[in-house]
Design a protein around this ligand. Structure first.
Ligand code: SF4
Ligand code: SF4
Length: 463
């Protein structure tokens, strides 16, 4: 037998996780691993599995199996390069909040010059129609987009005329501080849903999400309740940015969600992009995030035993990448990166960007990172795009090429520019690597050691 290429990492003192380019993985004891490397053999009960998963081959099949591995890599790359963007629109950069970790350098509510011209909307919808195919997903971002609800209505009207009402959905990302009965009524008969920030209980949420003169938490909770009563739970989702206050108190996140009857979480660490990194000093180390996530996971497991089923979608996405290495729908976890291929954003100033992170980076480094405007998609004319995408194939990236998580992980050249000044960066030191390595290691450890944890993670993949 001959070993085929694979990467490895200890999962505990005596056992290793191994993976290969095609995305197969296995857990193997240290003795078997040594024998596999030296002789191409392992104990009898492992041999069939290792052969099926392309870790070893006999002499006669070697060329075929090596070809199977390389064709799996080509297929993965081809699928990651398919153009299937979420279309994002920023109707205004103005916002009524002053969140401590804000990434977008929002403008004050009364500021001038931070709103999208209405005339850009029709052109952008036509551009969407030219360069992509239905179903279209339109995400409305901010600032606080409800400040210009009139523009959101225009987006809907233009899209209904040009794309057809059945061909698109709109997701409004909002703090919900400005929502009222008229807005809810308008949304009720249309394919419009909401993505709302919820960072924990009132103390945790209001410590960082600042709404001058009021409680951001109280507004969010009462508005979510109104929305779920009127539109149904399926039309509201939450996003949680983990702050130091939440790291210390994961239970508060579950309690806040129980209060609104939403059992789906999407939990992510505080971002290191641009504006956020320059002013948000109340951060934490990834070791602390790991402790937080472990406690949160165990709290969810304990509730599951009592029949209360939470789903944490960030882990679910990591699981989908492990179980289906060709799963490429999540822009932040793919290789090559999802810039352009998974996102196209029309900014309030009429410029197009290939990702939300790119628009934030542009404000940080003061270089033109746009890829056209509402009428013209010109990604090929800005070197930034070719350079970042070319730098984001993790299979050949220093540090990632020998990493056991490489087939499932992604690449974030934009964040590398923000942290290191170039799109490749220093992988082990990057916050992208530290976060995703932690998540993959956590998940594989659960898959290896805990029947209960494994069962719950597998449920989450299909949730
Ligand atoms: S994070 Fe969102 S809600 Fe908070 S200040 Fe920034 S744009 Fe406004
Ligand atoms: S970014 Fe880190 S975890 Fe991901 S493949 Fe590269 S080295 Fe591994």
């Amino acid at each position: 037998m001959i070993p085929l290429p694979f990467n490895l990492e200890p999962i505990d003192e005596d056992n290793y996780l191994i993976s290969n380019f095609s995305g197969f993985y296995s857990f193997i004891g240290a003795t078997d691993l040594q024998s596999l490397i030296d002789l191409g053999y392992a104990s009898n009960k492992k041999m069939a599995e290792l052969e099926d998963k392309l870790f070893i081959s006999n002499q006669e099949d070697y060329t075929t199996k090596a070809a199977l591995l390389t064709s799996a890599v080509s297929k993965k790359i081809k699928e990651a390069l398919s153009f299937n963007p979420i279309f994002m629109i920023v109707p205004t950069l103005r916002c009524d909040h002053t969140c401590k970790y804000c990434q977008v350098s929002r403008a004050s509510v009364k500021a001038n010059g931070y709103d999208l011209e209405e005339s850009e909307i029709g052109d952008y919808i036509l551009l969407m129609k030219r360069i992509s195919t239905p179903p279209f997903k339109i995400e409305v971002q901010g600032g606080e987009p409800l400040i210009r609800f009139d523009l959101i209505q225009k987006i809907y009207q233009k899209a209904a005329i040009e794309l057809g009402e059945e061909a698109f959905q709109i997701i409004i990302t909002s703090s919900l501080s400005l929502i009222d009965d008229d807005i809810i009524e308008w949304c009720s008969s249309r394919n419009v849903s909401f993505s709302v920030s919820l960072d924990g209980d009132q103390f945790v949420h209001d410590s960082n999400r600042i709404l001058p003169g009021d409680s951001s938490y109280k507004r969010a909770i009462s508005s979510i309740k109104k929305l779920t009563d009127s539109l149904g739970r399926h039309r509201v989702s939450t996003v949680t940015t983990v702050t130091r206050k939440l790291v210390e108190n994961p239970e508060s996140l579950l309690k806040a969600h129980e209060e609104i009857g939403i059992y789906d979480l999407f939990v992510r660490p505080v971002s290191h992009y641009g504006f956020a990194d320059s002013i948000f000093k109340d951060s934490y180390e990834f070791d602390e995030y790991k402790l937080f996530y472990t406690r949160l996971f165990n709290l969810i497991l304990a509730r599951r035993k009592r029949g209360i089923h939470f789903v944490e979608h960030s882990a679910a996405i990591h699981m989908k990448r492990i179980q289906t290495p060709n799963f490429n729908s999540y822009a932040d976890l793919k290789s090559p990166a999802g810039i352009i291929f998974n996102a196209l954003i029309l900014n309030y100033d009429g410029n197009l960007y290939g990702s939300d992170e790119t628009r934030m980076l542009q404000r940080e480094i003061q270089l033109d990172l746009s890829c056209g405007d509402s009428q013209r998609f010109l990604a090929s004319q800005n070197q930034y795009y070719a350079a970042t995408i070319a730098s984001s194939f993790n299979i050949v990236k220093p540090g990632c090429d020998h990493c056991v998580y490489q087939p499932y992980c992604g690449s974030d050249p934009c964040q590398n520019i923000s942290e290191f000044g170039d799109p490749i960066g220093e992988t082990p030191l990057s916050s992208f690597c530290q976060y995703h390595k932690m998540m993959f290691k956590f998940i594989f450890t659960e898959l290896y050691k805990s029947e209960e944890g494994k069962e719950m993670l597998e449920e989450w993949v299909n949730a």
